[in-house]
Design a binder for this molecule. Structure first.
Ligand SMILES: Nc1nc2c(c(=O)[nH]1)N(C=O)[C@@H](CNc1ccc(C(=O)N[C@@H](CCC(=O)O)C(=O)O)cc1)CN2
Ligand SMILES: Nc1ncnc2c1ncn2[C@@H]1O[C@H](COP(=O)(O)OP(=O)(O)OP(=O)(O)O)[C@@H](O)[C@H]1O
Length: 195
């Protein structure tokens, strides 16, 4: 393995532990008030009628459920990642019930995902989870390379990160396949949009 790959694995472990401590210290009521609607500078990036790819957050990730409800209320089709197996490529499928999540089931990564009968769709814009980001839009993810690969095969799709402020890193190891984010939203500010 290259040094960058080893660096990334160690970084991920440390940053995920830091994220867990941060979220555990947040009062539930505070957490419920964050990430309600996209800030205006980010909302402007999402054209009317665009299909928006979101994610179903795990316990420590920035919650994306309110954005899902907001986009649906505003006439957007919304989609979530779906995997046929752990080693299958990431696809997106239509998410129809962001309020009740009755259309989701647990998938290979222990994440809720649309059931097999939900149609596959291609989002025009992605709201993405992350382990860490930099002030100029670099992203460190879970290490599956899922978003990098998806963005590689869908050029022109913009990706907007949602994160806790403590996920900001001074710098991150970069590899040729890494795709930059167009903006990152935290509870206190927006980084970008970058050109
Ligand atoms: N909420 C969420 N959805 C997402 C991602 C993510 O980071 N967060 N992904 C980002 O690419 C994709 C899924 N990729 C993933 C790749 C690896 C692991 C992972 O290593 N998870 C841990 C813990 C899982 C568990 O609790 O069972 C693991 O498997 O050890 C998770 C997701 C698409 N959906
Ligand atoms: N476009 C690509 N084509 C082929 N392999 C890729 C591509 N992008 C990433 N990979 C591979 O995926 C693996 C993980 O990449 P990386 O560490 O950048 O993941 P990540 O962006 O942190 O994860 P994720 O996007 O799933 O949250 C690496 O082995 C990398 O070589």
């Amino acid at each position: 393995m290259t040094d960058t790959v080893l660096d990334k694995a160690a970084l991920r472990r440390d940053l995920k532990a830091q994220r867990r401590r941060h979220v555990a210290a947040l009062p539930d009521a505070t957490r419920a008030l964050l990430f309600r609607v996209p800030p205006a500078t980010v909302a402007r990036l999402i054209t009317p009628g665009a299909t928006v790819g979101l994610y179903r957050a795990g316990p420590d990730e920035a919650p994306a459920g309110a954005y899902a409800r907001h986009f649906q209320e505003n006439g957007h089709a919304i989609a979530l990642p779906r995997f046929a197996a752990r080693d299958a490529p990431m696809a997106f499928a239509l998410h129809t019930d962001p309020n009740g999540e009755s259309d989701l089931e647990t998938g290979p990564f222990n994440l809720l995902q649309p059931r097999v009968d939900a149609p596959e769709v291609t989002p025009d814009v992605l709201i993405v989870p992350l382990v860490a980001f930099t002030a100029d839009g670099a992203r460190l993810g879970q290490g599956g390379g899922h978003y990098d690969r998806w963005l590689e095969s869908h050029p022109g799709t913009i990706a907007i990160g949602l994160a806790w402020d403590i996920q900001l890193a001074d710098e991150l190891p970069s590899e040729a396949h890494d795709h930059p984010l167009t903006a990152v939203v935290t509870p206190t500010r927006v980084y970008g949009p970058f050109a």
